[in-house]
Design a protein around this ligand. Structure first.
Ligand SMILES: [Fe+2]
Length: 366
């Protein structure tokens, strides 16, 4: 399979990986041949890139970090929890008085943790792209996945992982109290709208800290995930030592997911671009160790990604080098003159003789 930009997708190609709606249901299943109407619909839904079946890369199989069942379960828990807050503010207090709700959140956290712990290789995050009809839900799922993956790598214990995971899953729950037109406004917010938007942190904290079944530290993730080490964050402009480690983790994953998602005013970044940007703020705004652990956890160049080298040769990423995330193994399909290579060959960009080769372009989100 191969990852291509939706913009270069032609009718008649076969989808190699399913696309999910934000409630976790399958939107278009793997194996379906795409029509122009389906492609147009995916563009409308701001899907950037899709995996398609392709003869010369059919041995590349990108596995889901999270199984479809657990994904569906997690998305439905996120959806119902967030909706409870929105629908009826008077019910907010009782939300987790319903022990089933608290139990569901913990149960799904255990399933996610088990699957993340089983996943040893670099995570292909573009593979988790969901069809989004409400950004907040897909965002909450992604941030939970990233945060848990880093936390597992950093060696946190089981109880801590549950707290961190719940904090990540519900960090933006205060957004349910933000007027819908501000929440979904296409384009940049005005100063006063931005001020209202910022209240989602303290509102989220207030909602969560009253719930018996939610760890207080998870509520603090909602409160502190926009705080930055140098005091430039909000709502309390906390500085480094005052920001809880969990919130530092959630904060980095939150920014990463925002950067790698489409916005009306800019295209989505690829993982290596987003990590590069996070590194420019490492130690100043973001915790350096967290950013470093994140870089070592994810595939900077996702499998199947179409790339171009400085030699002009074009190909796809076929594997990642553990410990050298910036130098993957690529399969060359087109030579430097733009001619199709009869027998594709692989180059390990981390091997000594290929160190002068660099990836100059990636075609996936274009
Ligand atoms: Fe937020």
């Amino acid at each position: 399979m191969r990852l291509i930009s939706i913009n270069s997708c032609q009718p008649g190609v076969k989808l190699a990986r399913s696309i999910y709606a934000s409630n976790g249901n399958t939107l278009i299943g793997a194996g379906v041949m795409l029509s122009q109407r389906m492609i147009d619909r995916l563009v409308d839904m701001q899907i950037n890139s899709i995996y398609i079946e392709d003869k010369r890369t059919e041995d590349i199989v990108v596995e889901d970090v999270i199984s479809p069942e657990t994904r569906r379960e997690a998305m439905s828990v996120i959806y119902s929890t967030f909706e409870t807050f929105r629908e009826d503010p008077s019910r907010r207090k009782q939300m987790f008085a319903n022990p089933q709700m608290g139990r569901q959140v913990r149960q799904v956290m255990h399933s996610l943790m088990d699957e993340i712990k089983d996943h040893r290789s670099a995570m292909n995050l573009l593979g988790t792209v969901c069809g989004v009809d409400h950004y907040v839900f897909a965002h909450s799922f992604n941030v939970t996945l990233y945060t848990l993956a880093i936390a597992v790598k950093m060696g946190f214990g089981e109880r801590e992982l549950i707290e961190i995971g719940i904090g990540a899953m519900l960090h933006d729950v205060g957004k349910m109290a933000i007027p819908y037109d501000i929440l979904t406004k296409p384009g940049r917010l005005t100063d006063s709208e931005y001020e209202i938007m910022q209240t989602h942190t303290s509102v989220g904290f207030e909602l969560l800290r009253k719930q018996d079944d939610i760890p207080l530290l998870a509520a603090h993730c909602a409160y502190q995930h926009h705080e930055r080490l140098d005091g430039s964050g909000y709502p309390r402009h906390l500085k480094e030592p005052a920001i809880h480690q969990y919130a530092k983790l959630v904060g980095v994953c939150d920014v990463f997911d925002a950067l790698t998602s489409n916005r009306v005013y800019r295209r989505a970044m690829l993982p290596h671009e987003a990590i590069e940007l996070l590194f420019t703020g490492a130690g100043v705004q973001f915790d350096k160790e967290v950013v470093e652990q994140f870089r070592n956890t994810i595939a900077l160049y996702p499998l199947g990604l179409s790339i171009q080298l400085n030699t002009g040769e074009k190909g796809v990423v076929v594997d990642n080098n553990v410990g050298v995330p910036s130098r993957p193994i690529v399969r060359i399909l087109t030579d430097s003159d733009g001619q199709t290579v009869e027998t594709p060959y692989e180059l390990d960009l981390a091997s000594k003789c290929n160190l002068n080769l660099i990836i100059t372009d990636c075609e996936a989100l274009g």
